[in-house]
Design a binder for this molecule. Structure first.
Ligand code: NAP
Length: 264
């Protein structure tokens, strides 16, 4: 039996065990997926070795800290500066960023053609960095919107604008890569309602609640809206593809999980 895990600190709430169990059931994979919740990364990595784990996902707060501790890191993960999926082969660790792959799949689901289009990304944290890389790799022109527009060495050759400047900006897609709108402050949006009018598509990386204030405002103006659930599921599916070398239909896993996650 293969063994997989999610590592992080204060992560008992995670949907990942349900997601991976669903994939194991659908594709008859004989495996377990457990949570390793600990605040010390080196102790976690010793546990991983002792328990002969075959692969693991990485979440808050270790996505950056783990990079120098791995044997190999994919070029996408290096340019984003974060790893969220590790495969172990013959005691060697290989790091990937499947959040980035989840974003590419989400752009496809939304039928977006980003080529030469201005794509505005709210926030400058880990999810914003993965979005920035995904937008560039789809030929788009990312613009970061931040509360702090001083020079940021990470976002090379990219404009960083303030929320005030966003008020007079227009683009194809606006991505919320901040935590504003998630529980418990679900009545908040990172931007004023009238800002969403200047975009055709809205993507909120938050998946809980299902429809944030940001997306409700988008619907009010008849914009094409997507939440972060497909990205979440796709990053899990892409982790399984890396670990088990199999093809998985993300859409069918997504359809199966919607009623479980949103308890419809
Ligand atoms: P993070 O590293 O904490 O970064 C969030 C960014 O949001 C910060 O860098 C900050 O940018 C901005 N921000 C934080 N507090 C804010 C506030 N009070 N007002 C305005 N802006 C604020 O978080 P993250 O890991 O990037 O995650 C961001 C969101 O994406 C979370 O809700 C997370 O759950 C979601 N996410 C979803 C998926 C998925 O699979 N769907 C995957 C990853 C993350 P500035 O300082 O530049 O303003």
């Amino acid at each position: 039996m293969k063994k997989f895990a999610l590592i992080g600190s204060n992560i008992s709430y995670s949907f990942s065990p349900i997601l991976h169990k669903t994939i194991f059931d659908h594709y008859s994979i004989n495996a377990t997926y457990s949570i390793i919740d600990n605040s010390n990364l080196k102790s976690i990595l010793s546990l991983i070795k002792e328990n002969n784990i075959d692969g693991f996902n990485v979440t808050i707060p270790f996505k950056e800290e783990i990079i120098p501790l791995l044997d190999h890191v994919s070029s996408e993960a290096l340019s984003i500066g974060a790893v969220n999926c590790v495969k172990i082969i013959n005691d060697k660790t290989y790091g990937f960023n499947t959040d980035y792959l989840g974003l590419l799949d989400t752009f496809k689901k939304m039928q977006l053609n980003l080529n030469s289009k201005n794509i505005y990304i709210l926030g400058s944290g880990g999810a914003a960095k993965a979005s920035w890389k995904a937008v560039i790799d789809c030929g788009g022109n990312p613009i970061i919107v931040s509360r702090n527009i001083k020079k940021n060495d990470f976002f090379k050759n990219t404009s960083i604008i303030s929320y005030e400047e966003l008020e007079s900006s227009k683009g194809l897609l606006l991505i919320n890569a901040t935590p504003i709108g998630t529980y418990p402050n679900i009545t908040l949006s990172p931007v004023n309602q009238r800002i969403v009018e200047n975009f055709d598509f809205l993507l909120d990386l938050i998946y809980n609640p299902k429809e944030t204030k940001f997306l409700k405002d988008g619907k009010f103006f008849n914009k094409i809206c997507e939440n972060g659930l497909f990205m979440l599921i796709s990053q899990g599916v892409n982790s399984e593809k890396i670990w088990n070398n199999i093809e998985i239909d993300t859409n069918s896993i997504y359809s199966n999980l919607i009623p479980i996650i949103y308890k419809k």
